[in-house]
Ligand binder design. Sequence first.
Ligand SMILES: Nc1ncnc2c1ncn2[C@@H]1O[C@H](COP(=O)(O)OP(=O)(O)OP(=O)(O)O)[C@@H](O)[C@H]1O
Ligand SMILES: [Mg+2]
Length: 264
Amino acid sequence: MSGIFCSLRQLSVTYRRGKNNAAALDGIDLDIAAGERLAIIGESGSGKSTLARALAGLLPEGTKVTGEMLWPALGHPPRPGRDFGFVFQDPGTSLNPVLTIGEQIAEGARRHLGLGWKRASIRAEELLGRVRMPQPDKAMRAFPHQLSGGQRQRVAIAAAIAARPALLIADEATSALDVVVQAEIVRLLDGLVREDGMTLLFITHDIALASGFVDRIAVFRDARLVEAGPVRSVLSAPVSNYTAALIASHRDLATPPLIEELAP
Ligand SMILES: Nc1ncnc2c1ncn2[C@@H]1O[C@H](COP(=O)(O)OP(=O)(O)OP(=O)(O)O)[C@@H](O)[C@H]1O
Ligand SMILES: [Mg+2]
């Protein structure tokens, strides 16, 4: 898949029970290229998850949406669950506590790829291998509470990619993990999207974490898109003071050696 995956034109979103009727997203113009890894950065409440929900058609009923969302690379209106996969901060919300790991991953493959249970289970075990789950055959029969946080996040990623989505949306998918596990999950996501040519939307408040592996960064603040560009240019020459302050708050990003290292 090449070209533009998704084009947002003056996209605005206002929740029915929002704060003083303020928009959660306000006039967003953004193109997401097919196959790119795009980080959505911004402080709490800036509209990052709202963007993810808008893209996925998961906004609550009664939410006012204006502007346009176009999907040139798909060639058809997006089918949630099939064209998009999601990984959230807390896999507890996406994993079902009473189903085995195998059942929940197989369910996505069964429902969206039309596989029978047996083939879907084989695919589930393969997926557990792909997300580097230790002992995939054993993990198939485990329940979510029997796994560590990092392992649960691996399962959530396997479930998210079960239907071979074109777009993977990771919303603070590593925020609840310690730094070592965080780095492992980022490496895993990076590898998977490269291998499958998926487009990745990596939503995080951590500009340093994202800068390590994405192609482009889009910075949000107070419902608006502050700036968007390739990682190198945003880090070395941010357009807005807000982005400059974000970069400055990470000593490892703001120190000259890294920026020089990143320069072409
Ligand atoms: N279902 C909802 N109903 C009403 N207002 C909402 C709803 N969801 C989010 N909001 C409001 O919309 C704004 C943007 O929220 P959003 O969840 O998109 O922020 P965020 O950038 O993802 O924040 P965080 O980093 O804390 O996850 C906030 O003011 C929030 O309170
Ligand atoms: Mg959020």
